[in-house]
Write a protein that binds this ligand. Structure first.
Ligand code: PGA
Length: 249
């Protein structure tokens, strides 16, 4: 079996206005001239999805959302449904990011319901898991991640396209990257849990690493066994940095 297709996905978080589309265009143009060996995606704020789709068209950069509501529609002021993301031009959606879990109280059950909504809308979810520093220091990292996996991944994912992202919370936005050996151990653990939980689909899903990935550490991180790409925050905001990571893959 060939390995899963690798994905380099940029998570712009709450950054970016119309001007930022120049960075997205620069990425797409560079990849049109010299195609990437991986799938490339950008996940801008919801306000930019439609504009980015217009700017990039059917080019080499796929577009994703950063979250969606679990319901299709209704009285949920401020929220965006999975169908709305698809309608705006997204193909993917990040779900269960640690910032959503910590700042918006998203539980595994909430993430699981969002995954079902994403699948129903035809979106490919990138589901995030990862332990806090306290949990790692207490020797509970693998246990915590396994619990998140089993709680956040509905069985309906079997047979569907999706990706996982392992993002140790203490490595996000801190400049601190996990050691390759620790990444390898965790990714192998995630693969085993996925395969047990979801069979073949669990065997196929790429497992991205996230947390302070930048051009200078991307090659080493991406060479670890079972690392099927990267989820990139800060370094995805500038085309040159993001392209540096894509070229390292
Ligand atoms: P970072 O963010 O690359 O800025 O650490 C990664 C993420 O939160 O997805």
């Amino acid at each position: 079996m060939t390995g899963p297709t690798r994905i380099i996905a940029g998570n712009w978080k709450m950054n970016g206005t119309g001007e930022s589309l120049d960075e997205a265009r620069a990425v797409a143009e560079a990849l049109a001239q010299s195609p990437a060996a991986v799938r490339v995606a950008l996940c801008p704020p919801a306000t930019l999805i439609w504009r980015m789709k217009q700017a990039l068209g059917a080019g080499p950069v796929e577009i994703g959302g950063q979250d969606c509501h679990a319901e299709r529609e209704g009285a949920f002021t401020g929220d965006v449904s999975a169908e709305m993301l698809t309608d705006a031009g997204a193909r993917l959606v990040i779900l269960g990011h640690s910032e959503r879990r910590a700042l918006h109280g998203e539980t595994d059950a909430v993430v699981s319901a969002k995954v079902l909504a994403a699948l129903a809308a035809g979106l490919e979810p990138i589901i995030c898991v990862g332990e806090t520093l306290a949990e790692r220091e207490a020797g509970q990292a693998e246990q915590v991640v396994e619990r998140q996996l089993l709680g956040s991944l509905p069985e309906a994912l079997a047979g569907q396209a999706f990706a996982l992202a392992y993002e140790p919370v203490w490595a996000i936005g801190t400049g601190r990257v996990a050691e390759p050996a620790d990444i390898g151990t965790m990714h192998a653990h995630i693969r085993a849990v996925l395969a047990r939980h979801l069979g073949d689909s669990g065997d196929r899903a790429p497992i991205l690493y996230g947390g302070s990935v930048k051009p200078s550490n991307a090659a080493e991180t991406l060479s670890v066994a079972e690392v099927g790409g990267a989820l990139v925050g800060g370094a995805s905001l500038k085309a040159t940095d993001f392209l540096g990571i894509i070229r390292a893959a």
